[in-house]
Design a protein around this ligand. Structure first.
Ligand code: SD4
Length: 324
């Protein structure tokens, strides 16, 4: 049975800090304020309503937020039309689809797979690393062998469509990370379940035409994803190198620990990147939630969005951005 908790906003500290840091709030409109302070809930990067709907169903079924984020992320991994996650993901410059993913539960346990080939559900394998091994991260052939040993199926992840796109790219072989080329991208998901427990997941095929062996932020705990069940969680999308350099998701959770709202924390994390790099040529977007069910999202460039699902609402919310 579904148990909805309506929690009153009670953070005077957060309001005070918000005013002190007004300088960061260039475009702070709080588009998502309508949905704040309600748990359980699910949020995800980009417009991924099928994925959030699935996660929400799991929560309604009284399962854990960990089950919800895993199964929500699996929807996009299986979606062959999404060219940046799982099967159908765009390959590296040699034509190999290589996946990165991680997952984190409310106890602070985490698992991750990097440079993974031939296995569609990287998020599920990351969960198995967390639950069934003494390690946090498995890479490449080791991750793949572990997958087969526990019954995962070998699959060719390069679809006809992605192969064709890669072959077209090879004609010029120009490498430049493209900003918001699709309406959805790497999927990062955070959920709070009926017990108020928070989990998160992040899964991607990484940057199209990357160098062979390149690993981004998405499977790096603290960069692509971080969850602290006492405080909240954050996930990233966009140019992973910039997220790793600022340990973005951990930074956001620590900012929330200091009393900042999820929205403000995302804005500060983005400002950390733009003050240190030539931000005009790439995109980074963050989403975050806190223990009370407040959410936030913010990006460098226009075009980013967050999907939020709770109760009867499954909505895509346009993110504010640093550049306008
Ligand atoms: C990466 N952050 O591998 C991922 C890619 C991504 O939107 O999020 N694209 O750097």
């Amino acid at each position: 049975m579904q148990r909805r908790k309506f929690i009153k906003k009670a953070s005077l500290i957060s309001i005070g800090l918000g005013i002190a840091n007004k300088a960061y709030s260039k475009n702070y409109k709080k588009t998502n304020s309508l949905y704040n302070n309600i748990t359980p809930l699910v949020i995800a990067t980009w417009d991924v309503k099928n994925a959030t709907k699935k996660a929400w169903k799991i929560i309604q079924n009284n399962q854990s937020s960990l089950d919800a984020v895993e199964q929500g992320c699996m929807i996009e991994e299986a979606n062959e039309n999404g060219q940046s996650v799982g099967k159908g993901g765009l390959p590296d410059r040699n034509g190999n689809v290589t996946l990165d993913a991680c997952i984190m539960n409310s106890k602070g346990d985490c698992g991750s797979v990097v440079f993974l080939k031939n296995i569609k559900h990287a998020i599920s394998l990351a969960r198995k690393v967390m639950e069934d091994t003494p390690h946090v991260m498995l890479a490449g052939i080791g991750a793949e062998e572990f997958a087969y040993s526990i019954g995962f199926k070998k699959e060719n992840l390069l679809t006809k469509a992605s192969k064709k796109t890669w072959e077209n790219w090879k004609k010029t072989s120009k490498y430049k990370p493209v900003i918001n080329i699709e309406n959805h991208d790497t999927i990062g998901m955070l959920a709070i379940d009926n017990n108020g427990n928070i989990s998160g997941g992040c899964t991607t095929s990484g940057l199209a035409y990357k160098m062979s062996g390149r690993v981004g932020d998405s499977p790096i705990i603290g960069s692509g994803l971080y969850v602290d069940n006492e405080i909240g969680g954050a996930v990233a999308t966009g140019l992973g190198e910039e997220v790793v350099k600022t340990v973005g998701s951990f930074l956001i959770v620590e900012l929330m620990r200091q009393g900042h709202s999820p929205q403000k924390a995302c804005e500060i994390a983005i400002s950390r990147i733009v003050t240190k790099s030539d931000y005009k040529n790439f995109q980074v977007g963050y989403i975050a939630l806190n223990k009370q069910g407040d959410t936030g999202c913010y990006s460098i460039q226009k075009g980013f969005s967050m999907t939020l699902c709770q109760s009867n609402n499954n909505v895509n919310i346009k993110s504010d951005s640093y550049t306008t």
